[in-house]
Design a protein around this ligand. Structure first.
Ligand code: G3P
Length: 225
């Protein structure tokens, strides 16, 4: 995983459904190219293959089920998202939380498949536990700030700082990123100043009227770091 990183999670937003996912991903690709920064996009499973075929930036899956490929109706296995073109995966998002044993298995399987692995956690201690599972990065995201426009880097800086300190001390190879409520370039800048190596965000980019302009603003603080 190339750091620092800006990851744009499309969630299940209508603004990022179908061909619209490709449009946002192309805007992210243009920003990545122009600024020379790593911008990844995480479309829904439905658009994963289409987006992966359409852009050259990293495309992450929003998650996966723990079952292997096989007779599991409506499940999506790690191997399936890899096959669809994903180069990374987000696990344990607060909107798709996992049981500990399943999370451990998924992290191991995703790493074995060669995917970048980002595990989300709501607080510093859970982030430390998540780091112990061996992902490339943990994303600390206080759930109460998600989608509010109240940035974690400004409204809960102590959560970010504590997570960075804990994870760095015990698992120096695991990067800490953060997200929730990140809305502006200033919010991203603040997150980096707190010691993170990137940001995971959704609504600010996906719901923007001008995707290119907004992603450019959000990614600019990563340039040259
Ligand atoms: O996955 C990112 C996310 O949970 C934060 O969402 O809309 O607050 O940027 P948002």
């Amino acid at each position: 995983m190339k750091l620092p990183i800006l990851i744009i999670n499309f969630k299940a937003y209508g603004e990022a459904a179908g061909r619209r996912a490709v449009d946002i991903a192309k805007a992210a690709e243009r920003v990545s190219r122009e600024l020379g920064v790593n911008v990844a996009v995480a479309p829904s499973h439905l658009e994963l293959a289409l987006v992966a075929q359409s852009v050259g930036i990293p495309v992450y899956a929003q998650g996966a089920d723990v079952e292997s490929p096989g007779a599991y109706t409506a499940h999506v296995a790690v191997d399936n998202v890899k096959e669809a073109g994903a180069s990374g995966i987000i696990l344990n998002h607060s909107e798709a939380p996992l049981r500990l044993n399943d999370l451990a298995r998924l992290v191991a399987r995703a790493r074995a498949a060669g995917l970048d692995v980002v595990v989300c956690a709501p607080d510093p201690k859970t982030s430390l536990a998540a780091a112990a599972l061996g992902p490339h990065a943990v994303a600390v995201e206080p759930p109460e700030l998600i989608g509010t426009g109240r940035a974690v880097s400004k409204y809960k800086p102590e959560t970010v700082v504590e997570t960075v300190e804990l994870v760095k001390r015990h698992f120096p190879d695991v990067a800490v990123i953060t997200g929730a409520g990140i809305e502006s370039g200033e919010d991203v800048e603040a997150a980096l100043r707190l010691g993170t190596r990137g940001v995971l965000l959704a609504s600010a980019a996906v719901k923007a009227k001008d995707h290119y302009a907004k992603i450019l603003e959000l990614a600019r603080p990563l340039a040259g770091r």
